[in-house]
Design a protein around this ligand. Sequence first.
Ligand code: GLY
Length: 384
Amino acid sequence: MTTKVDTSKWDQAASLQEALPAIWEALQGKVDRMIGQLGNKSPHVAKADGIYDDMRLDWWTAGFWPGILWIMHEMTGKDHYKEAAWGWDEKFEQKTIQDNNFHHDVGFQFLPTSVIKYKLTGDKDGKRRGLAAANFLAGRFNIAGSFLRAWNQEKIGWSIVDSSMNLSILFWAAQEINDPRFELIARAHADTVVDKFIREDGSVNHILSFNPRTGELIESLGGQGAGPHSSWSRGAAWALHGMANTYRYTGDTRYLRAAQRVAHYFLSCLPEDYVAHWDFRAADPLDGEPRDTSAASCAASGLLELADALPGIEGAMYRRAAERMLLALTKHYGTWDNPAHEGILIGGTGNKPAGQNVDVSLIYGDYYYVEALAKLLGWKSRIF
Ligand code: GLY
């Protein structure tokens, strides 16, 4: 029989550190239960009923649930997580053959499946699939505009800030086969993120449209934020985390400073409880606007990269901010009181302008929450 989790250990906690072992233990129980609840589903969104949907396997979010399982496997050494995670990349590969809807997000799909599987087990198929995904992503590079193309069909000159997170598969491939082409493409796109996506004040554009032949920047498009010049918080989280990762791979402080610029802006926009609203410029004041717990968890994990990158007082400041965000997520957005709920966090906002998935559980919010807590507990591998 499943019982509610005893949350008293963190309800009263003044800091995340004192509650971390209890939170992690509860999280393991939660993920164990999710294995049974989710079965073969590819979860993306759980609405008010707490039941995750079963999304297409070539949807951008399909890697996050297996990614949670791989982190759990590495953190605990328990094989049932590995067994549940094992087959996902083979299923993705079938989709590349059947109906190729893959695009800029292959990093989100193949890093938490093929690549981490290869890193942890030496599985040759994982390596092969990861390299194929990196090749596919590299082939989307537009030389004129120095950007990775977003999506398919007519959006030929579009690029999006989310791709900051997909760069890791290019850096991994460059290291894996000692071929700098992949790194050069990743760096070229990252330079475009720094120069064009991240604004002077540290807020970010979601979608930029370029002339695909000349590379000229045409305009900023609204995308999932409130408008073209608004400040979509998950976009900021993608840039923060992605540029912090890019610094880890390259050692180039240009990317570190870019990540810090976004981090400082992000932190300056947070409400009292430290859980981001979905767009920092959606309204003034923001009080009635929905939160986005996925922006919060992704940013927290990115802040922990900055904490690792910067010793001393500066790094400690980022760590404290991440811990504050994670404690707030744990206390106020965890599904601990409802064992039947298939998500870990509620309060995610998927795409508010499209009227889709507001105040829901999002599998990527769950993933980055697990990733961030694992980092705080000393997890040294990296998926992104
Ligand atoms: N990559 C799409 C999103 O962040 O919702």
